[in-house]
Design a protein around this ligand. Structure first.
Ligand code: ASP
Length: 321
């Protein structure tokens, strides 16, 4: 009994010493989608800014999969030592309702770190589309519904959710082409292989500004300051497809509290940085205030979003296996 107590004490002391030394090597931030896409962009800005307060490099590692379901599973199964963390968006809240066999539980398998930012989406079309504005776009896609294709990042992606809401709002279905992220989807859109998609402004702003794609609407309730000429869906008469894509940071369940505290502090520090806030706002994103960059705020938001989207998705009867 005495020996057991001694070894437990030893293990606790060793764990707390390790937590105190944390971090003494690079940290991996896993991204569920392809490099060069919107989630990747948010990850890279956040990771770089967190590196400073942590005193170590935060390396972005892309683990792309359709629907973004692979990275959360890998982080769930990673050693809970703070060296593997996950960045994810609203998909963390929608996938439980969309997948019958999801191999992670968002509310139970992770330690939430904090909310990052909120990003509107844009409905954009390939450069060759003849439609000049939303009205013409709607007429065109409805008239050509049998040959028009919609690109997304797989079931559970933000682009999937937005497409689902949009198609239901305009009462028309299109052929859907899934990718492992909207970076490759954007390449095909620019090449004219697919016709339209709905993607975060963090991926579409520069393409819209340089006139490489056609922008028809934003999914926020107000216009996006960095894209002042693009109307909201409500302005063009489409109801029920408003959606904002929030991002959060997570560690595996069981990560020691002192390690988590350091990650929370580093994320808060990173998001207070004016350069980070400007970079996000130039891309149409709104950085969360410090009161939301906490484990409690993220867990609460995640739960509320799971309840909200879960109910809507169940009603729509959309499933993947
Ligand atoms: N925008 C993608 C989505 O639809 C993800 C990505 O490629 O970052 O969720």
């Amino acid at each position: 009994m005495k020996r057991f107590c001694l070894s437990v004490t030893f293990m606790l002391v060793a764990a707390s010493a390790t937590a105190q030394q944390y971090p003494n090597r690079n940290i991996s931030m896993l991204v569920p989608y392809a490099a060069g896409g919107p989630t990747d962009t948010v990850a890279r800005v956040t990771a770089q800014a967190m590196g400073k307060p942590l005193g170590q490099t935060v390396i972005v590692e892309n683990r792309p999969s359709a629907g973004g379901i692979l990275a959360p599973e890998q982080v769930k199964n990673a050693k809970p030592d703070g060296y593997t963390i996950l960045i994810h968006h609203i998909g963390m809240a929608t996938t439980p309702a969309l997948y019958r066999n999801l191999r992670f539980k968002p509310l139970e398998d992770f330690e939430p770190i904090g909310l990052i930012n909120d990003v509107p989406m844009t409905i954009i079309g390939k450069p060759q589309l003849p439609a000049k504005d939303f009205k013409e776009f709607l007429e065109y896609i409805k008239k050509n519904k049998d040959k028009v294709s919609y690109a997304n990042a797989g079931i559970g992606a933000a682009s999937h959710l937005c497409g689902m809401l949009f198609m239901s709002a305009i009462n028309t279905d299109f052929l859907t082409v899934p990718y492992k992220g909207t970076a490759p989807a954007m390449n095909d859109l620019l090449g004219g292989q697919v016709d339209f998609m709905c993607d975060q402004t963090t991926n579409t702003t520069s393409q819209i500004k340089s006139g490489k794609v056609k922008a028809y609407a934003v999914t926020s309730d107000k216009r996006v300051p960095s894209l002042p000429d693009v109307p909201t869906l409500a302005e063009v008469g489409v109801k029920g497809a408003e959606v904002g894509i929030w991002h959060g940071l997570y560690a595996p369940k069981g990560t020691p509290k002192p390690v988590l505290d350091k990650l929370v502090a580093a994320l808060q520090e990173a998001l207070k940085d004016e350069g980070v806030q400007k970079r996000f706002s130039d891309l149409g994103a709104t950085t969360y205030p410090p009161s939301m960059v906490t484990p409690a705020a993220l867990q609460k938001h995640l739960k509320a979003e799971m309840d909200k989207w879960g109910a809507l998705i169940k009603k729509a009867g959309v499933y993947a296996d």
